[in-house]
Design a protein around this ligand. Structure first.
Ligand SMILES: Nc1ncnc2c1ncn2[C@@H]1O[C@H](COP(=O)(O)OP(=O)(O)O)[C@@H](O)[C@H]1O
Ligand SMILES: CC(C)(COP(=O)(O)O)[C@@H](O)C(=O)NCCC(=O)O
Ligand SMILES: [K+]
Length: 244
């Protein structure tokens, strides 16, 4: 069994895999890391490897306490990936984006793929049918948009997610909800339309903490898979074993 851990900028997601099946999923905060991992390893004593992708402020040493119990693989851009990286700054490419790109490449061979991860940030990653990773986009995620409006103005309240009644917001609150939620949805539909206009035959993978919320609201029909990053981590690790 493999324990996969995704350290994002908001929270930590983990899953135990038996082959390609996620047996159990976990979500927790950064300050709970050691306690939670300990608990998971106690429950799943057959776990042989722990595979981590971190873009948060959690480094390899945070896992050293488990070194005696389990093999630790803290992925970096120096690991083997199943695509050709054409990003101009490959060393600064987020490891989460590399893992998503690897998962998309392995799971959907010989086609263009667009991965959209709606987490703290929205990331767009495009891998063409010849397995070239071309890049994509980074923009603020849903909660970040609400927080930014409040943090960088004098008069805007901090609101939490509510679906706007109308695109014409008729109060401060409604205007903010419309700007954040509709802006979020229009942005993603706009990007998808742009890719569609330029590439035929491509698959879209939608993931991240806001994926389910989004999937229902996009003009484009896409199925959300909020487990795609953890599944991709599991697959990237298998690929690393086979190709190292
Ligand atoms: N319980 C929750 N705590 C925090 N964010 C949540 C929660 N449920 C849904 N979200 C949404 O998930 C987004 C963060 O997604 P996530 O994939 O966890 O981020 P990251 O991978 O960057 O840590 C936020 O924009 C927020 O709207
Ligand atoms: C863009 C990100 C902050 C997204 O993080 P997340 O929303 O998954 O927490 C992360 O992938 C990152 O730090 N990237 C480095 C810059 C780049 O990918 O080019
Ligand atoms: K993201």
């Amino acid at each position: 069994m493999i324990l996969t851990v995704d350290v994002g900028n908001t929270r930590i997601k983990a899953a135990v895999f038996e082959g390609s099946t996620a047996v159990e999923n976990f979500v927790f905060e950064k300050n709970e890391l050691e306690k939670k991992i300990k608990k998971i390893l106690k429950k799943f004593q057959n776990c042989s490897d722990l595979v981590v992708a971190s873009v948060g402020n959690i480094e390899k040493h945070s896992f050293l306490a488990f070194e005696k119990e389990i093999n630790i693989h803290f992925l970096t851009h120096e690991d083997v990936f199943p695509f050709t990286n054409q990003y101009a700054t490959p060393k600064t490419l987020g490891i989460d984006r590399m893992v998503l790109a690897a998962g998309a490449t392995l799971k959907f061979p010989k086609q263009n793929r667009l991965v959209i991860d709606a987490g703290t940030c929205i990331t767009y990653d495009f891998i063409d049918e010849n397995d070239n990773y071309l890049g994509g986009a980074i923009s603020p995620g849903l909660r970040l948009r609400y927080e930014a409006l409040h943090n960088f103005t004098a008069r805007l309240p901090l609101l939490t997610l509510e679906v706007p009644e109308h695109y014409i917001g008729n109060s401060t609150k409604e205007a903010i909800h419309s700007g954040v939620v509709n802006g979020f949805v229009y942005e993603i539909d706009g990007f998808i339309d742009e890719y569609r206009a330029n590439f035929s035959n491509f698959i879209i993978i939608l993931t991240g903490g806001d994926a389910d919320f989004l999937a229902k609201r996009l003009k484009n029909t896409i199925f959300a898979n909020s487990n795609f990053l953890l599944e991709s981590l599991n697959q990237t690790f298998q690929y690393k074993i086979d190709n190292d």
